[in-house]
Design a binder for this molecule. Structure first.
Ligand SMILES: Nc1ncnc2c1ncn2[C@@H]1O[C@H](COP(=O)(O)OP(=O)(O)O)[C@@H](O)[C@H]1O
Ligand SMILES: [Mg+2]
Length: 256
């Protein structure tokens, strides 16, 4: 059997507030393969962000274990990058300086750094904008900068928490296409949390639908469309049919 890059074994998470306990999810079992793109959909508050935090090593499960490259995940490290909704760009640094930031800790020569930065800028089509500050950028360009910074160290795993939710529909579609291309070129493993079923369908190999809290995996949809995917795929009957099935599955949980 193919080796999983990341494996969740019977994962449970509860938060405690004094005497109160909030069970978020339990019994989560999942194997994510190298090069796979997985999307996680689920109602608000069902624990999607929490799940990404566990995979990134930013929090620990209450029970069960998470394994990355055969080792239990205990801490964050540069092989797995979590990109938050808020992006976290430094306002006082230029695009280029923001992208360069993760390289400070890598012990590279100036030339190696320069090459990596150039490659990352190229990858997200930000050539010509290197010297601008975040306040001078559109939402889409900020997002591109954050993606470039996330991939500059060539991580194995990208964890993306609703990365495009603040963008208008057109910009969102362009960025989805770019992310699709990055994943393909670099054979990245991606776990994407999103509210956008089309986004999940266009990008993913499998879509996981979580139930309402205390959540579990309600259903896993394998996505049959071959890659690379044409943006026009979104307008095919097969795409619409699957979108409807996933919507129905999700909708039941949102009403609970
Ligand atoms: N660090 C935390 N401490 C305590 N409770 C939290 C923490 N993070 C999230 N929660 C709670 O856990 C539940 C799941 O949150 P979250 O993972 O953010 O859900 P989602 O991303 O699916 O909307 C929510 O009820 C939230 O209030
Ligand atoms: Mg969230």
């Amino acid at each position: 059997m193919q080796q999983a890059l990341i494996e969740l074994k019977n994962v449970e998470k509860k938060y405690e507030y004094g005497k109160e306990i909030l069970p978020v999810f339990k019994g989560i079992n999942l194997r994510i393969m190298q090069g796979e793109c997985i999307s996680i959909l689920g109602p608000n508050g069902c624990g999607k962000t929490t799940l990404l935090n566990l995979m990134g090593g930013f929090a620990k499960p209450t029970q069960g274990s998470l394994v990355f490259e055969h080792e239990e995940i205990l801490n964050p490290d540069s092989r797995k990058i979590l990109l938050f909704q808020e992006l976290g760009l430094f306002d006082w640094k230029t695009v280029q300086q923001n992208i360069a930031f993760p390289l400070i800790f890598q012990g590279l020569t100036d030339q190696e750094k320069q090459q990596r930065i150039e490659d990352a800028i190229h990858l997200v089509n930000l050539q010509g904008f290197e010297k601008l500050y975040p306040s001078q950028l559109s939402g889409g360009m900020k997002q591109r900068t954050a993606i470039a910074r996330a991939v500059v160290n060539n991580p194995l795993l990208l964890l993306l928490d609703e990365p495009f939710s603040a963008l208008d529909q057109q910009t969102r579609e362009f960025l989805q296409e770019e992310l699709h291309e990055i994943q393909r070129q670099q054979n990245k493993t991606i776990v994407l949390v999103t509210h956008d079923i089309e986004e999940a369908l266009y990008l993913s190999d499998r879509i996981i639908v979580l139930s309402a809290r205390p959540s579990r995996i309600k259903k896993i949809f394998p996505i049959p469309f071959s890659k690379p995917r044409d943006p026009a795929l979104r307008h095919t009957p097969a795409f619409s049919q699957l979108k409807k099935e996933i919507w129905c599955c999700l909708r039941e949980e949102m009403k609970r």
